[in-house]
Design a protein around this ligand. Sequence first.
Ligand code: PEP
Ligand code: MN
Length: 345
Amino acid sequence: MIIVMKNSVTTEQIDEVVKHVISWGAQAHVDRGDVQTVIGIIGDKAEILRKPWGSFAGVEKVLEVSDPFKMASRKFHPTDTIIDVEGVKLGGGHTCVIAGPCSVDTEEYVLAIAKAVKAAGATMLRGGAFKPRTSPYTFQGSGEDGLKILKTAKQETGLPIVTEVMSIDQIDLVYRYADVIQIGARNTQNFNLLKALGKMGKPVILKNGIATTAKEHLMSAEYVMSEGLKEVILCLRGTRTYETAMRNCLDVALIPYLQELSHLPVIVDSSHSTGIRPFVMPVAYAGMAAGADGLILEVHPNPCEALSDGEQALLPNDFEYLMKRLEGLKAWNQRDWKTQAKSTK
Ligand code: PEP
Ligand code: MN
């Protein structure tokens, strides 16, 4: 349910509605726009519909939201969410490129990567210190030592840090170092972890699951947001299909699809979507051309020595080349497509 307030609504009138909603045992999430304020109500729909909305000052109308995701829905929050990570903005026309190694390895490599990607225009540094690996016998991540290396790289370059949390017991440690938390494909439906992160205060990049649908991906975002955190970034990293040519299969159409259903920023991970170096750049470009709000990419100067995913790591030169090619897309706005598509119907 959404309560749309009148343009002339006062703070007291909003507070009055919120107070009553809470007293009915439901949740109220206020979204104050420049022009309009809406209040998202989560609770027993039939019960809420029976309430005397007409008697509340400042209420314009009450709308039902049929989607099972509410907080993540564009109906709840009509304007794009813009996430600000230490001055780096993402969403609502602000694009960001997150780049770095799959796993944090040596300080020398991580610093070299951070400096190279920063010089090429990256806006955040990625690197896993806790790694979800298919085999328990492969490198599992360097833990706090890796997080310390990321911190040094941030001090040297100013790039905010994106790193993965795999379990609830890692939260305290990782939050001491990370600026943005990554939830990997294997944890997209780890609902207890999602709820725990929703109670914390740092933005979350939520990848789609190994075989989740777009709506299941949004429901996972809803798990985080229902606990209070508003800053969720949806990341498309491909899913497993019958096609085995690539590591995964990225559906580019899901970028505008998710942006239509949700106000959350949508970024593309073309490293894990393809798994093969020569395909990472064209798919990254395709994602941005389809209107993605950003990219997350793996980069390593010596992929043969990378501790994971070397075969999909871009060389710093590749990354620089891609960033130059992406410049040509900067003036482009995916809303143009939508206007055009509607006008030719
Ligand atoms: C990663 O980003 O290194 C990673 C493990 O990704 P995913 O969860 O998409 O497989
Ligand atoms: Mn990886």
